[in-house]
Design a protein around this ligand. Structure first.
Ligand SMILES: Cc1ncc(COP(=O)(O)O)c(C=O)c1O
Length: 396
Protein backbone atom coordinates (compact mmCIF):
# COMPACT_ATOMS: atom_id res chain seq x y z
CA UNK A 1 0.00 0.00 0.00
CA UNK A 2 2.87 2.39 0.63
CA UNK A 3 3.66 2.64 -3.07
CA UNK A 4 0.85 5.19 -3.29
CA UNK A 5 2.95 7.60 -1.22
CA UNK A 6 5.42 10.13 -2.50
CA UNK A 7 8.18 11.52 -0.29
CA UNK A 8 7.17 14.24 2.17
CA UNK A 9 8.80 17.61 1.55
CA UNK A 10 12.13 17.85 3.34
CA UNK A 11 12.38 20.02 6.46
CA UNK A 12 14.31 23.18 5.48
CA UNK A 13 16.13 23.36 8.84
CA UNK A 14 17.23 19.71 8.74
CA UNK A 15 18.64 20.25 5.24
CA UNK A 16 20.49 23.32 6.46
CA UNK A 17 21.97 21.44 9.44
CA UNK A 18 23.27 18.74 7.08
CA UNK A 19 24.76 21.32 4.69
CA UNK A 20 26.48 23.09 7.59
CA UNK A 21 27.83 19.79 8.94
CA UNK A 22 29.34 18.92 5.56
CA UNK A 23 30.90 22.37 5.03
CA UNK A 24 34.70 21.97 5.51
CA UNK A 25 35.34 25.69 6.24
CA UNK A 26 36.41 26.02 9.90
CA UNK A 27 34.95 29.55 10.18
CA UNK A 28 31.41 28.39 9.20
CA UNK A 29 28.54 29.60 11.41
CA UNK A 30 25.17 27.92 11.97
CA UNK A 31 22.38 30.41 12.62
CA UNK A 32 19.64 27.99 11.56
CA UNK A 33 19.33 25.68 14.55
CA UNK A 34 16.31 25.79 16.84
CA UNK A 35 18.00 25.28 20.20
CA UNK A 36 19.92 27.41 22.71
CA UNK A 37 23.71 27.21 22.55
CA UNK A 38 26.47 28.37 24.86
CA UNK A 39 29.42 30.45 23.66
CA UNK A 40 31.18 27.08 23.20
CA UNK A 41 28.46 25.91 20.82
CA UNK A 42 26.97 23.34 23.23
CA UNK A 43 23.36 22.73 24.23
CA UNK A 44 24.12 21.33 27.69
CA UNK A 45 21.84 19.78 30.28
CA UNK A 46 21.26 22.51 32.89
CA UNK A 47 23.12 21.91 36.18
CA UNK A 48 19.84 22.20 38.05
CA UNK A 49 18.30 19.54 35.80
CA UNK A 50 21.24 17.22 36.53
CA UNK A 51 20.74 17.80 40.28
CA UNK A 52 16.99 17.10 40.07
CA UNK A 53 17.62 14.01 37.93
CA UNK A 54 19.98 12.61 40.56
CA UNK A 55 17.28 13.06 43.18
CA UNK A 56 14.68 11.55 40.90
CA UNK A 57 16.75 8.46 40.11
CA UNK A 58 17.48 7.95 43.81
CA UNK A 59 13.90 8.27 44.97
CA UNK A 60 11.55 7.30 42.15
CA UNK A 61 9.97 4.00 43.07
CA UNK A 62 7.69 3.30 40.14
CA UNK A 63 7.45 3.69 36.41
CA UNK A 64 3.78 2.73 36.34
CA UNK A 65 1.58 4.78 33.99
CA UNK A 66 0.59 8.23 35.06
CA UNK A 67 -2.90 9.29 34.02
CA UNK A 68 -3.89 11.12 30.85
CA UNK A 69 -3.44 14.50 32.60
CA UNK A 70 0.04 13.66 33.91
CA UNK A 71 1.22 14.44 37.43
CA UNK A 72 -0.92 16.71 39.63
CA UNK A 73 2.11 18.26 41.38
CA UNK A 74 3.68 19.19 38.03
CA UNK A 75 0.41 20.62 36.72
CA UNK A 76 -0.21 22.79 39.78
CA UNK A 77 3.36 24.14 39.72
CA UNK A 78 3.13 24.91 36.01
CA UNK A 79 -0.28 26.54 36.39
CA UNK A 80 1.24 28.84 39.01
CA UNK A 81 4.29 29.54 36.81
CA UNK A 82 2.21 30.40 33.75
CA UNK A 83 -0.74 32.17 35.34
CA UNK A 84 0.97 33.59 38.43
CA UNK A 85 -1.81 32.14 40.59
CA UNK A 86 -1.25 31.05 44.17
CA UNK A 87 -4.25 28.74 44.44
CA UNK A 88 -5.95 26.56 41.82
CA UNK A 89 -8.49 28.42 39.70
CA UNK A 90 -11.87 26.67 39.58
CA UNK A 91 -12.33 27.68 35.94
CA UNK A 92 -8.95 26.40 34.84
CA UNK A 93 -7.75 22.94 33.88
CA UNK A 94 -4.04 22.26 33.29
CA UNK A 95 -2.62 19.04 31.98
CA UNK A 96 0.87 17.75 31.29
CA UNK A 97 1.63 17.29 27.59
CA UNK A 98 4.51 16.03 25.44
CA UNK A 99 6.13 19.44 24.90
CA UNK A 100 4.51 22.52 23.46
CA UNK A 101 3.79 20.67 20.22
CA UNK A 102 1.81 17.99 22.08
CA UNK A 103 -0.09 20.73 23.84
CA UNK A 104 -0.98 22.45 20.57
CA UNK A 105 -2.12 19.13 19.09
CA UNK A 106 -4.38 18.29 22.05
CA UNK A 107 -5.80 21.83 21.95
CA UNK A 108 -6.59 21.28 18.26
CA UNK A 109 -8.40 18.03 19.16
CA UNK A 110 -10.49 19.84 21.77
CA UNK A 111 -11.34 22.72 19.41
CA UNK A 112 -12.39 20.21 16.74
CA UNK A 113 -14.80 18.64 19.22
CA UNK A 114 -16.36 21.89 20.41
CA UNK A 115 -16.30 24.12 17.32
CA UNK A 116 -14.97 22.26 14.25
CA UNK A 117 -15.82 25.03 11.78
CA UNK A 118 -14.32 27.89 13.72
CA UNK A 119 -11.48 29.96 12.28
CA UNK A 120 -8.13 30.07 14.03
CA UNK A 121 -6.25 33.30 13.21
CA UNK A 122 -2.47 32.92 13.09
CA UNK A 123 0.17 35.62 12.82
CA UNK A 124 1.84 36.25 9.47
CA UNK A 125 4.55 35.03 9.82
CA UNK A 126 4.39 32.44 12.56
CA UNK A 127 6.42 29.46 13.83
CA UNK A 128 7.07 27.17 10.86
CA UNK A 129 5.20 24.26 12.48
CA UNK A 130 2.06 26.10 13.60
CA UNK A 131 0.30 25.81 10.26
CA UNK A 132 1.28 22.17 9.50
CA UNK A 133 0.49 21.09 13.06
CA UNK A 134 -2.82 22.89 13.57
CA UNK A 135 -3.92 22.83 9.93
CA UNK A 136 -2.87 19.19 9.65
CA UNK A 137 -5.04 18.38 12.66
CA UNK A 138 -8.00 19.77 10.72
CA UNK A 139 -8.42 23.35 11.96
CA UNK A 140 -9.34 26.20 9.59
CA UNK A 141 -6.52 28.73 9.71
CA UNK A 142 -6.41 32.32 8.46
CA UNK A 143 -3.49 34.75 8.76
CA UNK A 144 -3.52 38.13 10.49
CA UNK A 145 -0.80 40.69 9.66
CA UNK A 146 1.94 40.83 12.29
CA UNK A 147 5.41 41.76 11.09
CA UNK A 148 6.54 44.43 8.66
CA UNK A 149 9.57 42.90 6.95
CA UNK A 150 10.85 46.22 5.59
CA UNK A 151 10.63 48.44 8.65
CA UNK A 152 10.92 45.61 11.22
CA UNK A 153 8.01 46.65 13.42
CA UNK A 154 4.77 44.97 14.49
CA UNK A 155 1.88 45.87 12.18
CA UNK A 156 -0.32 46.54 15.16
CA UNK A 157 -2.96 48.64 13.38
CA UNK A 158 -3.36 46.12 10.56
CA UNK A 159 -3.44 43.29 13.08
CA UNK A 160 -6.17 44.94 15.16
CA UNK A 161 -8.18 45.81 12.07
CA UNK A 162 -8.09 42.19 10.89
CA UNK A 163 -9.07 40.89 14.31
CA UNK A 164 -11.99 43.34 14.33
CA UNK A 165 -13.27 41.55 11.22
CA UNK A 166 -13.27 38.18 13.00
CA UNK A 167 -16.60 36.71 14.10
CA UNK A 168 -17.59 35.86 17.66
CA UNK A 169 -16.09 32.53 18.70
CA UNK A 170 -13.10 32.77 16.35
CA UNK A 171 -9.81 31.82 17.95
CA UNK A 172 -6.67 33.99 17.89
CA UNK A 173 -3.31 32.24 18.18
CA UNK A 174 -0.80 34.56 19.85
CA UNK A 175 2.83 34.12 20.92
CA UNK A 176 3.16 35.06 24.60
CA UNK A 177 6.75 36.28 24.18
CA UNK A 178 9.81 35.95 21.93
CA UNK A 179 7.62 35.71 18.83
CA UNK A 180 9.05 33.03 16.56
CA UNK A 181 10.32 33.93 13.98
CA UNK A 182 10.37 37.74 14.34
CA UNK A 183 11.47 38.11 18.00
CA UNK A 184 9.20 41.17 18.27
CA UNK A 185 6.45 41.16 20.89
CA UNK A 186 3.62 43.62 21.49
CA UNK A 187 4.27 46.16 24.26
CA UNK A 188 2.06 46.00 27.37
CA UNK A 189 -0.04 48.79 25.86
CA UNK A 190 -0.41 46.88 22.60
CA UNK A 191 -1.36 43.71 24.50
CA UNK A 192 -4.11 45.70 26.22
CA UNK A 193 -5.36 46.94 22.85
CA UNK A 194 -5.34 43.36 21.49
CA UNK A 195 -7.24 42.21 24.59
CA UNK A 196 -9.87 44.93 24.08
CA UNK A 197 -10.57 43.73 20.54
CA UNK A 198 -10.70 40.12 21.73
CA UNK A 199 -13.22 41.04 24.44
CA UNK A 200 -15.25 43.33 22.16
CA UNK A 201 -15.45 40.77 19.32
CA UNK A 202 -15.92 37.81 21.72
CA UNK A 203 -12.88 36.00 20.37
CA UNK A 204 -11.00 33.23 22.16
CA UNK A 205 -7.28 33.80 22.80
CA UNK A 206 -5.05 30.77 22.23
CA UNK A 207 -1.62 31.69 23.57
CA UNK A 208 1.50 29.70 22.78
CA UNK A 209 4.30 30.27 25.29
CA UNK A 210 7.46 28.40 24.23
CA UNK A 211 10.00 30.85 25.72
CA UNK A 212 8.86 31.92 29.19
CA UNK A 213 11.85 33.64 30.82
CA UNK A 214 13.75 34.25 27.57
CA UNK A 215 12.50 37.80 26.92
CA UNK A 216 12.45 39.74 30.21
CA UNK A 217 11.70 37.42 33.11
CA UNK A 218 9.24 34.72 34.10
CA UNK A 219 6.46 37.07 35.19
CA UNK A 220 6.86 39.83 32.58
CA UNK A 221 6.89 37.21 29.79
CA UNK A 222 3.50 35.92 30.94
CA UNK A 223 1.93 39.41 30.91
CA UNK A 224 -0.42 38.74 27.98
CA UNK A 225 -1.69 35.50 29.51
CA UNK A 226 -2.28 36.98 32.94
CA UNK A 227 -3.85 40.18 31.60
CA UNK A 228 -6.24 38.29 29.34
CA UNK A 229 -7.08 35.62 31.93
CA UNK A 230 -8.66 38.35 34.07
CA UNK A 231 -10.76 39.68 31.22
CA UNK A 232 -11.94 36.86 28.98
CA UNK A 233 -14.34 34.04 29.76
CA UNK A 234 -12.45 31.42 27.77
CA UNK A 235 -8.83 30.97 26.81
CA UNK A 236 -6.35 28.27 25.75
CA UNK A 237 -2.67 28.32 26.74
CA UNK A 238 0.04 25.99 25.43
CA UNK A 239 3.30 26.13 27.32
CA UNK A 240 6.63 24.41 26.73
CA UNK A 241 9.57 23.59 29.02
CA UNK A 242 11.81 22.68 26.07
CA UNK A 243 13.74 25.95 25.99
CA UNK A 244 13.55 27.39 29.51
CA UNK A 245 14.50 24.08 31.18
CA UNK A 246 16.58 22.84 28.22
CA UNK A 247 14.46 19.67 28.21
CA UNK A 248 13.88 19.58 24.46
CA UNK A 249 14.01 15.81 23.93
CA UNK A 250 12.25 14.92 27.16
CA UNK A 251 9.04 16.48 25.85
CA UNK A 252 7.60 18.59 28.65
CA UNK A 253 4.77 21.07 28.39
CA UNK A 254 1.28 21.90 29.57
CA UNK A 255 -2.08 22.72 28.11
CA UNK A 256 -4.33 25.00 30.16
CA UNK A 257 -7.93 25.76 29.35
CA UNK A 258 -9.90 28.51 31.00
CA UNK A 259 -13.69 27.99 30.87
CA UNK A 260 -16.53 30.39 31.55
CA UNK A 261 -17.49 28.66 34.80
CA UNK A 262 -16.47 25.73 36.97
CA UNK A 263 -19.23 23.45 35.63
CA UNK A 264 -18.01 23.91 32.05
CA UNK A 265 -14.45 23.44 33.26
CA UNK A 266 -15.35 19.97 34.52
CA UNK A 267 -16.81 19.03 31.14
CA UNK A 268 -13.74 20.43 29.36
CA UNK A 269 -11.54 18.46 31.77
CA UNK A 270 -13.25 15.20 30.82
CA UNK A 271 -13.19 16.00 27.09
CA UNK A 272 -9.56 17.09 26.94
CA UNK A 273 -8.43 14.01 28.85
CA UNK A 274 -10.42 11.92 26.42
CA UNK A 275 -8.65 13.65 23.50
CA UNK A 276 -5.30 12.71 25.09
CA UNK A 277 -6.46 9.10 25.47
CA UNK A 278 -7.15 8.92 21.73
CA UNK A 279 -3.77 10.34 20.70
CA UNK A 280 -0.91 9.24 23.00
CA UNK A 281 -2.80 7.93 26.02
CA UNK A 282 -0.46 9.28 28.69
CA UNK A 283 2.33 11.88 28.56
CA UNK A 284 6.01 11.05 29.14
CA UNK A 285 6.96 11.48 32.80
CA UNK A 286 10.69 11.96 33.29
CA UNK A 287 11.14 15.60 32.25
CA UNK A 288 7.95 16.74 33.96
CA UNK A 289 9.04 15.01 37.19
CA UNK A 290 12.33 16.93 36.95
CA UNK A 291 10.51 20.25 36.43
CA UNK A 292 8.19 19.50 39.32
CA UNK A 293 11.11 18.82 41.66
CA UNK A 294 12.76 22.09 40.62
CA UNK A 295 9.63 24.21 40.97
CA UNK A 296 8.72 22.77 44.38
CA UNK A 297 12.16 23.23 45.93
CA UNK A 298 13.27 26.79 46.75
CA UNK A 299 17.00 26.13 46.29
CA UNK A 300 16.55 24.30 42.98
CA UNK A 301 14.10 26.89 41.78
CA UNK A 302 16.43 29.79 42.41
CA UNK A 303 19.29 27.86 40.76
CA UNK A 304 17.02 27.38 37.73
CA UNK A 305 16.13 31.10 37.62
CA UNK A 306 19.89 31.80 37.67
CA UNK A 307 20.63 29.49 34.75
CA UNK A 308 17.64 30.83 32.82
CA UNK A 309 18.90 34.38 33.41
CA UNK A 310 22.34 33.40 32.09
CA UNK A 311 20.80 32.03 28.88
CA UNK A 312 18.65 35.13 28.40
CA UNK A 313 21.53 37.52 29.04
CA UNK A 314 23.86 35.69 26.68
CA UNK A 315 21.27 36.00 23.88
CA UNK A 316 20.80 39.68 24.68
CA UNK A 317 24.56 40.31 24.72
CA UNK A 318 25.00 38.65 21.32
CA UNK A 319 22.24 40.79 19.80
CA UNK A 320 23.93 43.93 21.08
CA UNK A 321 27.37 42.78 19.97
CA UNK A 322 26.22 41.96 16.43
CA UNK A 323 24.30 45.22 16.09
CA UNK A 324 27.27 47.25 17.38
CA UNK A 325 29.67 45.46 15.02
CA UNK A 326 27.37 46.04 12.04
CA UNK A 327 26.88 49.68 12.99
CA UNK A 328 30.67 50.15 12.90
CA UNK A 329 31.02 48.43 9.52
CA UNK A 330 27.86 49.39 7.57
CA UNK A 331 26.31 52.39 9.39
CA UNK A 332 24.08 53.12 6.38
CA UNK A 333 22.17 49.84 7.09
CA UNK A 334 19.82 49.81 10.07
CA UNK A 335 20.03 46.58 12.05
CA UNK A 336 18.58 48.05 15.27
CA UNK A 337 15.69 45.55 15.12
CA UNK A 338 18.25 42.97 16.28
CA UNK A 339 18.24 44.59 19.71
CA UNK A 340 14.53 45.39 19.74
CA UNK A 341 13.83 41.68 19.40
CA UNK A 342 14.04 39.19 22.28
CA UNK A 343 14.63 35.47 22.71
CA UNK A 344 16.47 33.23 20.31
CA UNK A 345 15.10 34.35 16.97
CA UNK A 346 14.71 37.36 14.74
CA UNK A 347 15.03 38.23 11.08
CA UNK A 348 18.42 39.47 10.00
CA UNK A 349 16.56 41.42 7.33
CA UNK A 350 18.42 40.46 4.16
CA UNK A 351 17.12 39.10 0.84
CA UNK A 352 16.95 35.42 -0.18
CA UNK A 353 19.82 36.11 -2.61
CA UNK A 354 21.89 37.57 0.22
CA UNK A 355 21.09 34.55 2.41
CA UNK A 356 22.39 32.34 -0.42
CA UNK A 357 25.54 34.48 -0.78
CA UNK A 358 26.22 34.38 2.95
CA UNK A 359 26.13 30.59 2.75
CA UNK A 360 28.14 30.22 -0.44
CA UNK A 361 30.81 32.87 0.10
CA UNK A 362 31.17 32.83 3.90
CA UNK A 363 29.72 29.57 5.27
CA UNK A 364 27.10 31.50 7.26
CA UNK A 365 23.93 29.41 7.39
CA UNK A 366 20.37 30.63 7.98
CA UNK A 367 16.91 29.83 6.60
CA UNK A 368 15.76 31.62 3.42
CA UNK A 369 13.57 34.10 5.29
CA UNK A 370 16.83 35.30 6.99
CA UNK A 371 15.51 34.20 10.38
CA UNK A 372 18.53 33.71 12.60
CA UNK A 373 19.05 32.00 15.93
CA UNK A 374 21.24 34.44 17.84
CA UNK A 375 22.42 31.52 20.02
CA UNK A 376 24.70 30.68 17.07
CA UNK A 377 26.62 33.94 17.67
CA UNK A 378 29.61 33.92 20.04
CA UNK A 379 32.16 36.55 21.09
CA UNK A 380 34.65 34.54 19.02
CA UNK A 381 32.68 34.50 15.75
CA UNK A 382 30.84 37.83 15.83
CA UNK A 383 33.57 39.83 14.05
CA UNK A 384 33.69 37.31 11.18
CA UNK A 385 29.89 37.23 11.08
CA UNK A 386 29.60 41.02 10.96
CA UNK A 387 32.30 41.19 8.23
CA UNK A 388 30.41 38.58 6.20
CA UNK A 389 27.08 40.37 6.55
CA UNK A 390 28.65 43.77 5.84
CA UNK A 391 30.36 42.48 2.67
CA UNK A 392 27.10 40.87 1.55
CA UNK A 393 24.80 43.84 2.11
CA UNK A 394 27.39 46.29 0.71
CA UNK A 395 27.38 44.17 -2.45
CA UNK A 396 23.64 44.82 -2.81
C1 LIG B 1 6.41 29.20 18.98
C2 LIG B 1 6.67 27.79 19.35
N1 LIG B 1 5.68 27.03 19.81
C3 LIG B 1 5.86 25.76 20.16
C4 LIG B 1 7.09 25.16 20.03
C5 LIG B 1 7.20 23.70 20.38
O1 LIG B 1 8.09 23.38 21.32
P1 LIG B 1 8.27 21.88 21.84
O2 LIG B 1 9.65 21.50 21.45
O3 LIG B 1 8.08 21.99 23.31
O4 LIG B 1 7.26 21.03 21.19
C6 LIG B 1 8.18 25.90 19.54
C7 LIG B 1 9.49 25.28 19.36
O5 LIG B 1 10.37 25.75 18.70
C8 LIG B 1 7.96 27.25 19.18
O6 LIG B 1 8.95 28.01 18.72
Amino acid sequence: MFETLSAASADAILGLIAEHRNDPRPEKIDLGVGVYRTAEGATPVLDVVKAAERELVANQDSKAYIGTAGAADFNSAMQALVFGTTSPDKRLVTLQTPGGSGSLRVAAGLILRSSPDTTVWVSEPTWANHVPLLGGAGLNLKPYPYYDTSSHVIRIDAMLETLRSAVAGDIVLLHACCHNPSGLDPSAEQWRAITEVIVERELVPFIDMAYQGFAEDIDADAYAIRHMAERVPEMIVASSCSKNFGLYRDRVGTLSILSADSKTRDVVDSQVNNVVRTIYSVPPDHGAAVVSLILHNDALRSAWVGELTDMRERLRDMRVLLNDSLLAKVPQHDFSHLVRATGMFCFLGVSVEQVARLKKDFGVYMVDSSRINVAGITPANVAYLADSIAATVAGG
